[in-house]
Ligand binder design. Structure first.
Ligand code: 2P0
Length: 330
């Protein structure tokens, strides 16, 4: 009753920002992401009759309180599916800082969903796994499969049509890169979950977000299929700015940008002036991610690394599917 899974993180090119159902985690809009090969979570789950409660460790530390509750609730979904009451020991390791805007909940709940269902004796389809992962964290639905994924918002109340579908596999676009620039690894003050709920509730720009997102989805989807950075880049960049505009205009306002983030975005704009194809995106944290092609990647990485306040940069390609592995964490 033990299994280990590894799942990659993903970064949205059209963002998920807002829920229509908080409990089932159903989004107000569909989103599209790129899975990243260099950022991943490894999770081992073992169900055991000798345990009196779930025991959870993340990055070597025992987890208690809200964070533990969220993992236990997710294990509860798996137990319920199977009609099984056993508690579990869970150990999870990220190869990058969690809760700093690098989508750790995406890879974490994707890996947990796969490891827990395998450990309890289920072989779920990719679609079923995506639906399960979604209920842990929305963006996790996009980390079950590698390459490029679209999380369809769905219309059903039970969420059975809200899951991620692969637009193109990892091998589809060999030249595309995403350079992750890590500017600070402090855990953020406002979690995405609270931030997006507040935005839906009172940003006057939220309506405009919803009105333009369908067009962005079409552009991003087709430009990935055509492998056109010239169409993908500007649309992804504008989509990120629109999402941040909605949160900056909620009360009290939320601003994930640090001075270093703004400097990095300006640097990307300057790169374009200098004839380099580079486009930025940002999520619920200060890190800036830069979309570019392999040919320019090293040059961009060098320029980005030279900026003040940059802790490190990680050059990523599209990542692979979540998978089970032999070697466990315990
Ligand atoms: C995304 N983000 O599409 C967007 C863009 C952050 C900004 O998904 O409440 O941790 O667990 O469903 O998935 C981060 O939010 O939120 C996120 P929950 P999640 O990647």
């Amino acid at each position: 009753m033990k299994s280990t899974a590894i799942a990659n993180s993903n970064i949205a090119l059209v963002k998920y920002w807002g829920k229509r159902d908080e409990k089932l985690i159903l989004p107000t809009n569909s989103s599209i992401s790129m899975t990243l090969d260099k950022l991943h979570t490894t999770t081992t789950v073992e169900f055991s009759p000798s345990l009196k409660e779930d025991q959870i460790k993340i990055d070597g530390k025992k987890i208690l309180g809200e964070e533990a509750k969220r993992v236990s609730q997710h294990l509860g979904l798996v137990r319920k599916m199977k009609g099984e009451n056993l508690f579990a020991r869970v150990e999870s390791e990220n190869n990058f800082p969690k809760a700093a805007g690098l989508a750790s909940s995406a890879s974490a709940f994707a890996a947990l969903s796969l490891a827990a269902t395998k450990a309890i004796g289920f072989a779920l389809s990719r679609r079923e796994l995506s639906i399960l992962a979604r209920q842990g964290s929305g963006s996790a639905s996009r980390s079950i499969q590698g390459g490029y994924n679209e999380w369809m918002k769905g219309t059903k109340e039970d969420g059975s049509d809200s899951y991620s579908k692969q637009i193109a596999p990892q091998s589809h676009w060999q030249e595309l890169r995403m350079l992750v620039t890590v500017l600070t690894t402090k855990e953020k003050k406002v979690k995405s979950r609270a931030g997006m709920a507040q935005t839906v509730a009172n940003s006057p720009l939220y309506k405009a977000w919803l009105e333009t997102v369908e067009k962005d989805l079409e552009t991003v989807r087709s430009s990935i299929l055509e492998k056109s950075l010239f169409r993908l880049g500007p649309c992804a960049e504008l989509n990120a700015l629109k999402m941040h505009s909605t949160m900056m205009t909620t009360q009290p306002h939320i601003m994930y940008w640090e001075p270093e983030s703004i400097a990095m975005m300006k640097e990307v704009m300057q790169m374009r002036e200098d004839g380099i194809s580079a486009y930025f995106t940002m999520d619920g944290g200060p890190q800036v991610k830069i979309l570019c092609l392999e040919n320019d990647a090293k040059k961009i990485q060098k320029r980005a690394s030279e900026l003040k306040g940059v802790e490190k940069t990680i050059l990523c390609s599209a990542g692979e599917d979540a998978k089970t592995i032999e070697k466990g964490l315990f």
